[in-house]
Write a protein that binds this ligand. Structure first.
Ligand code: NAD
Ligand code: GLY
Length: 382
């Protein structure tokens, strides 16, 4: 087992305001090693079941178990295989069976310790087991800390596509420990960074400017700046979710860059070739590019984002992932299958400026096709 350096910092807290489904997000260094203290007040019985994956367990399971034990909280543990393929019906069934084998009761709380895969799968298991039990998110990737652990979207992938079966099920508490990022592979950290930049792009130009100054230090592991960036992101998401929990409108802003990104992920087969956040980085540049080309946003904004991704060594070029046989029409077909399609019309998140995104379905498919074609032509004439 690798023992990461354990530091602690002043913990900052955010309230997610959702009436009787409200909860707190704690952000700071040392939260896992002190989890028992944060969790004890919300338990109805001194028993929890931790769900994690092998990679996360190696570094973070033991500190969590010890802290729970220190607070007289009994815990069982279920360790899943890491990776996107774990988010499927077969693994959901296995997980629910294991929870039932532990004689789970309605008052038992489940703890999801891991990235978005563990959070989404465990959240869904919590939503359906015994018709719904409480769960806590302890996100250990940057992506999960700034996005997937907050807002209550849970789910699995199906043979028809990604995240197509799921439930809205809010956690009772989120503990985002910046220490956990120390053991996260750099590629995963960078993928999460794209989701963090998203909050600047959709609604906070000052935060984008802050990232231009400090983004590199966030990626280099500067704990205070990581805490600040995660707090800003979680606050932005909490505000959006509080106004539109079930994504009837404004919540779709969180999908900035995702419609393009989704097409690239689908084309690469949702595998390690292209991580979700990597697709979002490319998709975010294309969303700004599309906004400029359609005359919705002043020129130069896509270049500003490209410059920031260059400075932080985040790939934004389609040519670094696309194969020679990629076709714009096929990418467009993937976009049509996205969950954001309503009444057969594709929904896009575009921007009037950095920090001023909007949701629209008023875009002609021919425009999107032209933008995709140009991007593909730029990378080698196909
Ligand atoms: P992940 O959960 O697969 O984690 C990435 C990798 O890092 C895995 O191999 C994992 O084992 C490892 N890992 C996690 N934490 C670690 C740590 N601290 N130290 C060492 N290794 C660690 O990937 P992710 O990027 O966190 O999540 C992606 C998933 O999140 C996707 O399935 C996506 O659909 C979902 N998602 C959900 C929402 C939502 O709102 N529910 C939002 C965005 C993304
Ligand atoms: N990650 C998008 C959402 O939570 O709505």
């Amino acid at each position: 087992m690798t023992t990461p350096e354990i530091s602690s910092s002043a913990i900052e807290k955010i309230h997610v305001n959702l009436a009787d489904r409200s909860y707190m997000i704690h952000v700071g260094a040392g939260l896992i090693g002190n989890a028992g203290h944060s969790i004890a007040p919300i338990l109805k019985q001194p028993k929890t079941i931790i769900v994690t994956d092998k990679n996360v367990a190696e570094h973070w399971l033991s500190p969590l178990q010890s802290s729970l034990a220190d607070h007289d909280i009994f815990s069982e543990t279920i360790i899943m295989e890491p990776g996107e393929q774990t988010k499927c019906f077969a693994q959901l069934e296995i997980l629910v069976s294991k929870l039932l084998n532990f004689k789970i009761e309605r008052d038992t709380i489940i703890i999801a310790l891991g990235g978005g895969v563990i959070g989404d799968l465990t959240g869904m298991a919590a939503a359906i087991t015994l018709r719904g039990i409480d769960f806590i998110q302890i996100p250990t990737t940057l992506l999960a800390q700034v996005d997937s652990s907050v807002g209550g979207k849970t789910g699995i992938n199906t043979s028809h596509g990604k995240n197509l079966a799921g439930a809205f099920h809010q956690p009772k508490l989120v503990l985002a420990d910046t220490n956990s990022l120390q053991t996260l592979p750099l590629r995963e950290l960078k993928a999460g960074y794209a989701e963090l930049v998203k909050y600047g792009l959709i609604g906070d130009a000052d935060f984008f400017e802050w990232l231009e100054e400090n983004g590199a230090s966030v990626l280099a592991g500067h704990a205070e700046n990581q805490q600040y960036a995660i707090l800003k992101s979680c606050q932005a998401k909490a505000d959006i979710v509080a106004n539109d929990e079930f994504e009837r409108g404004q919540r779709a802003l969180l999908n900035f860059g995702h419609t393009f990104g989704h097409a690239f992920e689908a084309e690469t087969g949702y595998c390690d070739k292209l991580l979700h956040g990597e697709a979002v980085a490319i998709g975010s540049v294309m969303a700004l590019e599309a906004s400029e080309r359609l005359g919705l946003c002043p020129k130069g904004r896509a270049d500003r984002l490209r410059d920031h991704f260059t400075a932080t060594d985040i790939n934004y070029k389609l040519k670094n992932i696309a194969q020679n046989d990629w076709k714009a029409s096929v990418l467009l077909d993937h976009m049509r299958l996205d969950k954001k399609v309503t009444n057969s019309t594709m929904v896009f998140i575009l921007a009037h400026d950095i920090g001023d995104a909007f949701v629209t379905s008023d875009i002609k498919e021919s425009d999107i096709l032209a933008i995709l074609n140009d991007s593909l032509e730029e990378i080698g004439g196909f």
